[in-house]
Design a protein. Structure first.
Length: 166
């Protein structure tokens, strides 16, 4: 038997898709539907301008979110369907993170990150989703675009931006 929250989430997805609203903009000029070659060319341009850099984590691109204090590093990668961008997966953490500093843990980052993403993706507010195992995630669905954020562990917050019309 599914949790009422999960049923509610599925209903929100169905309602949003029924609106036929198309939200393809992401962040830093990335868009759903962007061709794979265009994505990596844009990453190279942003790298030359000092905006993006190699995260040091296999196949992940890094971006520093300096509008959050202390600075947050976002390591992300893209997924493509039929050579078109349809998903961004990211792992975020305070750059100055240390295990012993409770002020730099993911539970402190998550609300700051949700506020930042409200700026990136204005409009509807994030909603809390709890699955049957009691795990929590925040989500925002706007037409075809869903943004989810959840705590991975003490250090990291995961974010996923997905095109529901893939």
């Amino acid at each position: 038997m599914q949790d009422d929250h999960v049923n509610s989430y599925e209903q929100v997805v169905a309602n949003e898709l029924a609106t036929k609203v198309q939200n393809d903009s992401l962040f830093l000029g990335f868009t759903f539907g962007m061709l794979r070659d265009d994505f990596y060319t844009w990453c190279q341009v942003q790298n030359k301008e000092g905006v993006l850099y190699d995260s040091g984590v296999t196949l992940r691109i890094a971006y520093d979110i300096e509008s959050i204090e202390p600075t947050v590093q976002m390591n992300f990668n893209a997924r493509f369907t039929k050579d078109q961008l349809n998903l961004i997966e990211a792992e975020l953490f305070f750059k100055s993170w240390t295990a012993w500093d409770k002020k730099l843990r993911s539970d402190k980052l998550l609300p700051l990150l949700l506020a930042e993403m409200d700026q990136w993706f204005p409009g509807k507010r994030f909603q809390l989703l709890t699955n049957e195992a009691g795990e929590e995630a925040y989500y925002k669905i706007q037409g075809n675009r869903v943004v989810k954020a959840w705590i991975k562990n003490l250090q990291f917050v995961n974010v996923e931006v997905r095109n529901l019309q893939e």
